[in-house]
Design a protein around this ligand. Structure first.
Ligand SMILES: [Zn+2]
Length: 185
């Protein structure tokens, strides 16, 4: 099975498991224009959201009332699928088996080129300049040096070894499946 197809199946499955409140929460957090038609049009016009495909922009622009419907749910699907950027094919297989125990196919296709997190050393952030100031989902290190992290890389690495995040407070924000998802150096 092709990687993109696998992502689509898993995202659809996860969408179906979500409550309406969870869905609205994702929309409100990630698409600020969600509750206002004017804001939607503005966001499209100033290209604030380049990640939104033209297809979705078309859908949004014809939605009379931005509520939970097929169109807005496709935004959530996009959001979930974006979460599988950089994850290994074996992780996608693991998720497909969770959904269907009889799944025996292999997931194929090239993993998006990721950058190496300097703290946990997983390939979990954007590559090169794309990864500047990315926050690592595995350890919560912000890829911008000591400043934004309020600690040195050495301290962060030590804490990651001890707690599984750059500090105890960040444990709530790391992805619980992060270590399974990404390739390690
Ligand atoms: Zn990391």
């Amino acid at each position: 099975m092709e990687r993109n197809e696998a992502k689509k199946i898993i995202a659809n499955y996860e969408l179906n498991q979500m409550s309406d409140n969870d869905k609205i929460d994702i929309l409100e957090r990630n698409y600020w224009f969600f509750d206002s038609k004017e804001d939607i049009i503005e966001a499209i016009a100033d290209e604030s959201y380049p990640k939104i495909s033209n297809h979705l922009i078309d859908l949004i622009s014809v939605t009379s009332k931005p509520v939970l419907n097929e169109e807005s749910e496709s935004l959530i699907l996009d959001f979930i699928k974006d979460g599988f950027y950089f994850v290994s094919n074996s992780y996608l297989e693991f998720k497909l088996i969770e959904i269907n125990q009889n799944f025996t196919d292999k997931v194929i296709g090239e993993v998006e080129k990721a950058g190496l997190c300097p703290c946990c050393e997983y390939y979990s952030i954007g590559y090169g300049e794309d990864g500047f100031y990315d926050i690592c989902p595995v350890c919560f290190w912000e890829n911008g040096g000591n400043g934004p992290n309020h600690m040195t890389l050495e301290e962060a690495k030590l804490n990651f070894g001890k707690f599984g995040a750059i500090n105890k407070n960040s444990l709530d924000f790391v992805d619980v499946e992060g270590r399974k998802k990404y390739a390690k150096e």
